[in-house]
Write a protein that binds this ligand. Sequence first.
Ligand code: KET
Length: 430
Amino acid sequence: MAMMARTIRNSASRRTMMMSRPIFGLRSMSSWWKNVEPAPKDPILGVTEAFLADPSPDKVNVGVGAYRDDNGKPVVLDCVREAERRIAGTSFMEYLPMGGSVKMVEETLKLAYGDNSEFIKDKRIAAVQSLSGTGACRLFADFQTRFNPGSQIYIPVPTWSNHHNIWRDAQVPQKTYHYYHPETKGLDFKGLMDDVKNAPEGSFFLLHACAHNPTGVDPTEEQWREISQLFKAKNHFAFFDMAYQGFASGDPARDAKSIRIFLEDGHHIGISQSYAKNMGLYGQRVGCLSVLCENEKQAVTVKSQLQQLARPMYSNPPLHGAQIVSTILGDPELKSLWLKEVKIMADRIIGMRTTLRESLEKLGSPLSWEHVTKQIGMFCYSGLTPEQVDRLTSEYHIYMTRNGRISMAGVTTGNVGYLANAIHEVTKSS
Ligand code: KET
């Protein structure tokens, strides 16, 4: 009895003690995230946020690279609708393997390496389904840092802003190489070649396979050959980000030319592929990371490590988008419908480039807008300054990234005149 009383008294006094030192507990609970500062707005996706928040009926979004039809509406391709109809009956909800859909990956490799690629036949490619192009780049960056610790990545100036975030978060130090020449609004080929030459032997380089983002400037076939030769001489590793296959020429096979040149020259390359743009599967997050290896044995080993990286991050990739892709590419009829639809998207953009340039010229702009039609792919690197972009947004409700990049995929017959007029107004005195 006495012992029980003592126990009660003890636990009561312990409770009082805990209550009398709450400051420690409370303070730590309320200050878990005290040191967290607000993250800076993303230079691309932040533009979409600002656009959505603007109530103006005149507003135009030429920020993010997402294709719109001529009415400014997002597009679901007919081949995708048909693939979804075919999949609907199957209702398959199982996990995919860590490396994703084998069928989707097989078809995806053919697009990059070629239908009759000897590397595919010889099983020399380690490849996994990725969380779209971003996920493929990130998985590669993590692979690079794990198996080549201390190595750097050479990134073009300028580039897609997220490249910097991706390799930063993977703890890979970044170097840059010359790419764009602001005066000629074309490729700085000499600067690029010098940087490739001066980089330490065996460096990693990030290359845009086609339709360079944000400049819309690609090397010619001849220049790619020279770049490839110099990479060979320097023993550099080429990692190709191919987010816009089909958007440069309208033909995915032609757009893979840079990659095919490197393959012919015997490079062991890496490739990030994405179906966000060329199949309009933005939100499905379906893509592929591949690494060409010395032989089948090495490819099996490398793939096992890529899967090992994926497992603790997201375990395995999503299923539905992969099913759409493999249904389309695995059926000759659907595949040719897809190729037609890619060409329609690319051609609409090319048409809008001509109309935008002509509209600016008709308005009597004192500047040259030749680069609008010379550049290729989804973007026009307009040459507008950040201040001019700010004026476009505040005075005309036109939203684009502050580096002056116009997503031509958001330009339509309905808004091109308004856009040209606004650009003319903010540039005519410069
Ligand atoms: N690489 C490049 C060069 C690229 O422009 C993008 C997307 C991606 C990869 C990644 O796409 P994903 O959706 O992960 O397959 N660029 C557009 C969208 C974005 O910024 O996320 C853009 O530049 O607007």
